[in-house]
Ligand binder design. Structure first.
Ligand SMILES: [Zn+2]
Length: 578
């Protein structure tokens, strides 16, 4: 999970192909590039099978600090090699999780199997890619890197877009529940849409689209998805530091090297033939050619009633890519309900992390203790406590997903091919990167204000002496950057809550200092290691609260919905008409 726009591109050994890591966020990144193993030099798998934990720790069925620690210590040990998809670390991790699901007394979660195989496609665009903008008698050739980035997510080796008319579509938003549609009356079939990043009105300080808080419509991923639904041939997002939340170098770095997707026949949502970004300087020239001032257009695009403008320019582009395929498993354990076993509550946490660097000196293993051995430990502890108690009325699925760091692919695959139909899925509770900040007066709900799951959490947190608060960085869109987001997008109410901001004794600075240390020294670095001195008091409260939310849902016949006005509510109502 991401505490700030960052990415480590770490190459692991997914059936000898490299995997880059991006916390589900390929443009929000910086770089920590790690070499891939030369062919044939990946370490041989060890013959020993760690079916049971490597420690001789005896686990209690209740949620316990020492049990949580034992899980994290093992999963984040050097032996597990940073839990990269595809290698020895994957095998040990999958065996560990399955072994504990068995110990706890769960049944295989995927129709008799403990695993669900997730296929993926890796696409690497040729580094010397260029494209042409034909502006009247002038042709401007842009090189990938300093002025633009471009790629395809179709899985096709060669994609061309020729003589495609550029149209400026403002923020590229179609939000029926807000009465806003930048594509109103527009046919962009075969055209190239040019789009501002962030929400409508962001650049002029408007309170529309929840003001400073980034909504789903502000995400660059949304803009490509909407452009694809509209039938565009290509989409180019206009970069600006403030709107994106990061500089051009972050865009450039994250679009260099492999990108990861589910195969197009698995995730059948429309995809753009080509998608990319252009720099602010290029955009200024492009708009000037059409007689438009870029700053004035930020003003116009933030006003209700904005209409699209042709830019009197055409795109010619061909992108050649190297395509490779791989796979990695989700691990699934089921506690079958006693009364309504066909209805399910899901707990999920990603087991994968960035793996290791081959060669070099020093600590080359990305242990991923916080990110996300803590989440895996959490769902194991919650599963143990749930299974030891009275059987819940609804089923509860414990889902340890893979390929989160490659773009939330394991959870996307589960949602595309769910074991329980999504209309029978009550809620998804995601746990990603629990920071040991100690006991707090509050409980952070990332994306607070989304769904009625918060109404269930609130009294549970209150009984712990904690109030619910939103995440501090509401502009950063963290709700859209971990695995629950795939459930949300499909309409299933999803909760992402963890930690707090104010320590009961040591105040805010104490928590802020731990967060800063994590961001600076550990996040997506080899320094994300287990520490036996962690203060787990807050994490234990989080686990107990999230256990109680799931238990409450599993023993009720309630169907919590998204709050009115939420962009995901329409999808839920379409699948569950009341
Ligand atoms: Zn994570």
């Amino acid at each position: 999970m991401i505490q700030r726009p960052l990415r480590a591109a770490v190459l692991a050994s997914l059936a000898s192909l490299g995997l880059a890591a991006c916390s589900g966020d390929t443009a929000d990144t910086d770089t920590a590039v790690v070499e891939a193993p030369a062919a044939g030099t990946a370490p041989a798998p060890a013959a020993d099978a760690h079916r049971q934990p490597v420690t001789d720790h005896v686990f209690d069925s209740a949620i316990r600090a020492q049990d949580f620690n034992a899980h994290v210590q093992t999963l984040a040990s050097d032996d597990f090699e940073g839990r990269a998809p595809g290698g020895r670390g994957e095998r040990l991790t999958v065996e560990y999780i399955q072994g504990h699901f068995e110990r706890i007394g769960l049944e295989p979660g995927n129709d008799g199997s403990w695993v669900q195989t997730v296929p993926m496609v890796e696409t690497t665009a040729a580094p010397d890619t260029t494209f042409d903008l034909v502006m009247g008698s002038d042709t401007r050739t842009l090189a990938a890197g300093s002025e633009m980035v471009i790629g395809t997510r179709t899985g096709q080796r060669s994609v061309s877009v020729t003589d495609s008319e550029l149209v400026f579509v403002g923020y590229g938003v179609n939000a029926p529940e807000q009465g806003w549609n930048d594509y109103e009356g527009l046919d962009v079939e075969g055209k190239t849409v040019v789009i501002f990043v962030n929400d409508p009105g962001f650049h002029i300080g408007s309170e529309m689209f929840e003001g400073e808080r980034m909504t789903y419509y502000g995400r660059w991923t949304y803009k490509y998805e909407e452009a694809a639904r509209q039938g565009a041939a290509a989409a180019l997002i206009v970069h600006d530091d403030r709107g994106a939340g990061y500089g051009w170098s972050v865009v450039e770095n994250s679009w260099t090297g492999p990108q990861f997707d589910l195969p197009a026949d698995v995730d059948t949502a429309p995809r753009l033939p080509l998608q990319g970004w252009i720099s602010a300087d290029v955009a200024r020239d492009l708009f000037a050619h059409a007689g438009l001032d870029l700053d004035e257009q930020y003003e116009r695009a933030g006003q209700p009633g904005f209409t699209a403008v042709p830019l009197d320019t055409r795109l010619n582009a061909t992108v050649e890519s190297v395509i490779r395929e791989g796979e990695s498993p989700n691990v699934m354990g089921l506690l079958r309900g006693s009364e309504r076993p066909d209805e399910v509550v899901i707990y999920l946490a990603h087991w994968d992390h960035l793996g290791r660097v081959f060669g070099g000196v020093g600590d080359r293993i990305y242990n991923g203790a916080i990110d996300n051995a803590t989440g895996v430990a959490a769902i194991l502890e919650i599963a143990g406590q749930m299974a030891a108690g009275e059987r819940p009325e609804r089923s509860v699925l414990f889902l340890a997903v893979t390929l989160e760091e490659s773009g939330l692919l394991g959870s996307a695959y589960y949602v595309a091919d769910p074991v329980f139909p999504l209309e029978k899925t009550v809620a998804a509770i995601n746990i990603d990167a629990m920071l040991p900040v100690g006991r707090t007066t509050d409980f952070t709900v990332v994306g607070k204000g989304n769904s009625e799951l918060e109404d269930i959490l609130e009294p549970i947190a209150a009984a712990q002496g904690r109030v619910l608060v939103p995440e501090a960085a509401v502009h950063a869109g963290y709700y859209f950057r971990s695995d629950h987001f795939n459930f949300a997008k499909a309409g299933v109410p999803a909760l992402y809550a963890k930690g707090g901001t104010e320590h009961v004794e040591h105040g805010r600075e104490h928590v802020a200092a731990i967060e800063e240390d994590y961001r600076t020294n550990r996040y997506h670095k080899p320094g994300d290691e287990f520490d036996p001195d962690w203060d787990l008091e807050g994490i234990l409260l989080d686990l107990q609260a999230l256990y109680e939310v799931g238990r409450t849902l599993a023993d009720s016949d309630r169907w919590p919905n998204w709050y009115a006005g939420n962009p995901f509510r329409a999808a839920r109502e379409a699948m569950r008409p009341e």
